[in-house]
Design a protein around this ligand. Structure first.
Ligand code: FES
Length: 321
């Protein structure tokens, strides 16, 4: 069994459209027991069985960690992605039986912080739903700044404002409202930790400014899941398993390896945790590295690949798997 991928048999207990792009899904255990405990920032990997094909996508848990009767996730529809979000939106209905992983937290709160400064962009709000619930229950000091394209796409903005009032600040792109980042980062009390989740441009901007303004790296936390991208099919030889497989256009390399009956480790399936790191034995072609785990130097060396998000173009690829 892969690391961190112990499975839970669940039933979909509710499906709630949130706005024109986002739908919320509720899961309960099939055996009626409570679900495992989790902490704010955790995610689960949802298995989507779509005919012959199984997709596994990670989603942040957004309910209160104090209530494990059900898990909730929110899925933003991506019309040009590989189909996972469309499958959830089109096919998942209340009463459907599904399999999800145990929760894993790669974006946990540092509870030593005297204050938690949270910056969310778009659907990046979801881990903060659970984190703010956790902090509110524990009497933690937090402030959330949430940017969204329009008020109608401000997923859960109303809920958050109602729950936490002035601890939540909203910014709407269509009204040209922007976070005054330097001022915000420069005016925090000592012992503040910074958390950011949203589009990669936003994460890069916030992390760069925090570093430039002297925030210690250990106080800056970010959730940077990359969705696997479609691309041209390619062939891979798995040297340890003695198999040669084809990675389809809409398939990730990790999914193709799994479909061949090989069970590689993974946690995030989004290029950030390092679990799926795989050695390259030989190659003749070009790597398309999409992860946030390997260094630039490691990307250039072509000696490793993160199969959950990265692809290959060219003649031949042999992996130590
Ligand atoms: S599974 Fe986390 S980096 Fe690939």
């Amino acid at each position: 069994m892969s690391t961190g991928t112990t499975k839970l048999d669940v039933v979909v207990s509710d499906v709630v459209p949130v706005n024109e792009l986002v739908t919320r899904f509720h899961f309960r255990r099939r055996d009626g027991q409570l679900l495992p405990t989790f902490s704010g920032g955790a995610h689960v990997v949802v298995e989507m069985r779509d005919g012959e094909r199984t997709r596994l996508n990670p989603y942040s848990l957004m309910g209160s960690p104090l209530d494990t009767r059900e898990y909730t996730i929110s899925v933003r529809r991506d019309d040009v992605g590989r189909g996972g979000s469309l499958f959830m939106h089109r096919h998942v209905r209340p009463g459907m039986e599904m399999v999800i992983s145990y929760p894993v937290n790669l974006f946990s709160l540092d509870l030593r912080a005297r204050k938690h400064l949270m910056l969310a962009g778009g659907i990046g709000i979801t881990p903060f739903m659970a984190q703010t619930a956790q902090l509110a229950a524990e009497g933690g000091n937090f402030e959330l700044h949430y940017t969204c394209r329009t008020a109608s796409l401000g997923t859960y903005a109303d809920v958050l404002r109602e729950r936490y009032d002035r601890r939540v600040r909203l910014y709407h792109d269509d009204r040209d409202e922007r976070i005054e980042l330097d001022r915000l980062l420069s005016s925090q009390p000592l012992g503040t930790h910074l958390y950011v989740c949203g589009p990669s441009g936003m994460i890069g901007w916030v992390c760069d400014r925090a570093a430039a303004l002297g925030w210690p790296a250990e106080t800056v936390h970010f959730e940077h899941f990359a969705a696997p991208q479609p691309g041209a099919p390619f062939d891979v030889t798995l040297a340890v398993s003695g198999k040669t497989i084809r990675v389809g256009e809409q398939q990730s390399l990790l999914e193709a390896i799994e479909a061949a009956g090989v069970d590689p480790p993974y946690l995030c399936r989004g290029g950030v945790c390092g679990q799926c790191e795989t050695n390259v034995i030989a190659h003749d072609g070009k790597f398309i590295h999409n992860d946030h785990w390997l260094s630039e130097q490691e990307h250039r060396s072509c000696k490793k690949i993160m199969p959950c998000v990265s692809r290959f173009e060219g003649g031949s690829l042999v992996l130590e798997r």
